[in-house]
Design a protein around this ligand. Structure first.
Ligand SMILES: NC(=O)c1ccc[n+]([C@@H]2O[C@H](COP(=O)([O-])OP(=O)(O)OC[C@H]3O[C@@H](n4cnc5c(N)ncnc54)[C@H](O)[C@@H]3O)[C@@H](O)[C@H]2O)c1
Ligand SMILES: [Zn+2]
Ligand SMILES: [Zn+2]
Length: 375
């Protein structure tokens, strides 16, 4: 029985920004009050993990264990935890749902204020860490730190799932697929017969395309500088494809002309100021809605004309596809099991923890959509 004891296990540690991970033995303390220790079973590699290791992501402190797209099994729970028990199948949530803060108590937003608290500073809600390596404190990433065989999370960063759900697939509901899908069906509110354009055809953008299709959009434009992404985008619902590198004019001008200035929804899933601006410029005057999903460098600023707002354009952004994280996950798992959307097509590689640097390189070079690390 490991309950109540420190667990020594393997993890990928990022000691410094922009350096490869080192696979280390780390110590994982028992969970304190309101916390849960999870045996990680599968974890995806998301672009936010890559950005976190670049050192330009909001709040990330080093040395850190990143990773947040995980499924696992509860090993033990801390005092006062009533909704989880040893053996439960769970999914980690980078966006907490505390159910206590002002935002959680209102129905109209999912941006739990705990996200911007201790979590963004890389520690547990009590301000300390549960993970260390050779006596040195390691920081957590967005409350999850799943590139490790075990992790401790606050119960507000955890959702219980159906034990029949395939854990090697539904781990992707903990971030990439839910966020992209929700950005279309919730944040943008894509309607039947509409035209949608999506920038960036990684997991987030592809899931936005899948959501747009399920919401009844009839024209779905995939925009990416890597044309190898177009085939899968087409399989998931994209009808038109644009490679900005092949154009002789700016992509927003091309889209305005080709679609008569009538793109109802634009969704940015890259994380660069340039593509965010293109997406905003490309949505329709009068009623166009632009949704920012990509995460830009912490110092980035947008430069847009306020007149666009007077002329009816809407600019929004979302975390986790505007889903209230804990409430939404069980239903998303059921929806996947009832074939309402696809996960299999997103999983291009299966890796071991030792291959994590290779997994990062494949995501950065566009060779993978999602690599899953299997423990
Ligand atoms: N808002 C949220 O809650 C949330 C959650 C998870 C991830 N994200 C962010 O979403 C973004 C996408 O994540 P991902 O895992 O799908 O990434 P990814 O690396 O798999 O995909 C990014 C895609 O963008 C394309 N791209 C790069 N430059 C481009 C350009 N100039 N024009 C068009 N396409 C371009 C790449 O070729 C690639 O296909 C990241 O910024 C990530 O941090 C946000
Ligand atoms: Zn909250
Ligand atoms: Zn993510």
């Amino acid at each position: 029985m490991s309950e109540g004891k420190v667990i020594t296990c393997r993890a990928a540690v990022a000691w410094k920004p922009q350096e490869p991970f080192k696979i280390e033995e780390i110590q994982v303390d028992p969970p304190k009050a309101g916390e849960v220790r999870v045996k990680v079973i599968h974890t995806g590699i998301c672009h936010s993990d890559v950005s976190a290791c670049s050192g330009k992501f909001i709040g990330v402190q080093f040395p850190v264990v990143v990773g947040h797209e995980a499924s696992g099994i509860v090993e033990s729970v801390g005092d006062g935890v009533e909704n989880f028990k040893t053996g439960d199948h769970v999914i980690t949530l980078f966006l907490p749902q505390c159910n206590k803060c002002r935002v959680c108590q209102k129905g109209n937003s999912n941006a739990c204020l705990e996200f911007m608290g201790a979590q963004i500073r890389g520690v547990m809600p009590d301000g300390t860490s549960r993970i260390s390596c050779r006596g040195e404190t390691l920081y957590t990433f967005v409350g999850c730190s799943t590139f490790a065989e075990y992790t401790v999370v606050s119960e507000m960063n955890l959702a219980k799932i159906n034990t029949n759900a395939p854990m090697e697939k539904v781990c992707l509901l903990s971030c990439g697929i839910s966020t992209g899908y929700g950005s279309a069906v919730n944040t943008a509110g894509v309607t039947k017969g509409s035209t949608v354009a999506v920038w960036g055809l990684g997991t987030l953008g592809l899931a936005a395309i899948m959501g747009s299709k399920n919401a009844g959009a009839t024209t779905i434009i995939g925009v990416d500088i890597n044309p190898e992404k177009f085939k899968l985008a087409g399989e998931l619902g994209a009808t038109d494809f644009v490679n900005p590198k092949e154009l002789t004019e700016p992509v927003e001008k091309y889209l305005m002309e080709k679609y008569g200035g009538a793109i109802d929804y634009t969704i940015e899933c890259v994380g660069q100021v340039a593509t965010m601006t293109q997406a905003f410029e490309s949505c329709a005057l009068g009623n166009g809605v632009c949704v920012l999903v990509g995460v830009a460098d912490v110092t980035a600023l947008l430069n847009i004309s306020p007149a666009s707002f007077l002329l009816g354009k809407v600019l929004k952004g979302c975390l986790f596809g505007s889903y209230k994280s804990k409430d939404a996950i069980p239903q998303l798992v059921e929806d996947f099991m009832n074939n309402k959307f696809n996960i299999d097509k997103f999983i291009t590689h299966s890796l071991k923890l030792d291959d994590v640097n290779e997994g990062f390189d494949m995501l950065k070079s566009g060779k993978s959509i999602r690599s899953i690390i299997n423990f």
